[in-house]
Design a protein around this ligand. Sequence first.
Ligand code: SAH
Ligand code: SF4
Ligand code: F3S
Length: 442
Amino acid sequence: MSGKTFYIETFGCQMNAHDSEKVVGALIARGYEPVETPEEAGLVLYNTCSIRDKAEQKVFSRLQQFKRQAGKGKLFGVLGCVAQQEGERIFERAPHVSLVAGSASYTRLGEMLTRIEAGERRVAGLSLDTGETFDTPFPRRDNPHRACITIVEGCDKSCAYCVVPFTRGHERSRAAESVMAEARGLAERGYTEIQLLGQNVNSYRDPSPAAWDFAALLARVAAIPGIRRVRYTTSHPRDFVKAIVDAMDSNPVICDHVHLPVQSGSTRVLAAMQRLYTRDEYMRRVEWIKTARRPCALTTDIIVGFPGETGRDFDETLRLLDEVEFDSLFSFKYSPRPKTAALAMNDPIPPAEKQARLLVLQEKQRAIQIRRNAAWIGRAAEVLVEGRNQALGQWIGRTSDNRILNFTHPGSNGDSLEGRYLPVRVTRAGPNSLVGESASMV
Ligand code: SAH
Ligand code: SF4
Ligand code: F3S
């Protein structure tokens, strides 16, 4: 084995990305060294996603790809949602794998690594029976300005299509005191943006006697000196209460953006999905957000072709897009997942029809985004500078309402602007991003 070196590849959502930061921190604390490629690494880890079938397939193709490198002291581990879902079957399908662990077992990562280091061939961490959250003191953050904090792990909803309750276990909220301590520590180390994470972030409930709800936690994190932006994702409409908008209204540090997945515009389909809200109830939340004191971007997720979705149901989703005018959306074709209630539902919609609905939806949304982004031309917005596009001679910025705003800045004399907050005037707009010029002199 090439010393204690590791390589990790991450698939899936932001929670998985942040879990990987924690896993990397825990590995480094144990004396492992990160390397750039799987070829160089003694330990190769895949942190996996199984939200849709395609995501799940990725890990098996990776494992296949590197199969011949197994042995010779090289170890492979599968973490995350596919690990939890497939469990020890992974050892049979890919015999060169030594470690299979779901996210609810990461608190035992150290112990599992000790066993592997001692030569144990197959180590599994698959219990979902935990009340704990994975609060490693050493997360290795990928971004020097924006830091994620997981505040809720797992999910207690049971949406009929969704594998997450089976891959991440019961909902567990982290103690507010521990969240606040991490956020204060981040501010002291110079981070200016914090992103609060949970599959269902707004069902947060502080387990300590103070019992803060999500809106209370959000307001307190936003009040930490040095923190200039606070984001949060993902909100479930059922738990999205007016107090969250009130907190946003009273503190501009809370970003002007809500991601509120609707999944369908048809109350009938929403009921079949077990989403626990109607179209009207969703629209009430949209109304709160649209009448917030500051203009606020609203984005969503939509599934087309859920079993039993009729042409009329789909039309209701299209009408919802016209009514709400989302600033962007993620759209997916329904993908059957193991153990979920929807598996048993009759699904007569032909795949070609699902694909056609997806394209119609995406085309409509593209037109909406072109229109909404064009309304920004001539206005100024503050961006956090995230990077540089050398080829275009532009800096890459992000607005509080989560738009990408690429801009030129003639006065920078080659100095990096990354991590700075700057006013930028928008000059052009496309469907997915804005272009502008710096409105400040440096
Ligand atoms: N917790 C979030 C969703 C997380 S999963 C929520 O409740 O909104 C991210 C998105 O993946 C979902 O919003 C949904 O649109 C999509 N998704 C989840 N399961 C899916 C499936 N089986 N097929 C297609 N899309 C799915
Ligand atoms: Fe899945 Fe529903 Fe939980 Fe979101 S709320 S993670 S869609 S079960
Ligand atoms: Fe995927 Fe698991 Fe996230 S299934 S979307 S990595 S919670």
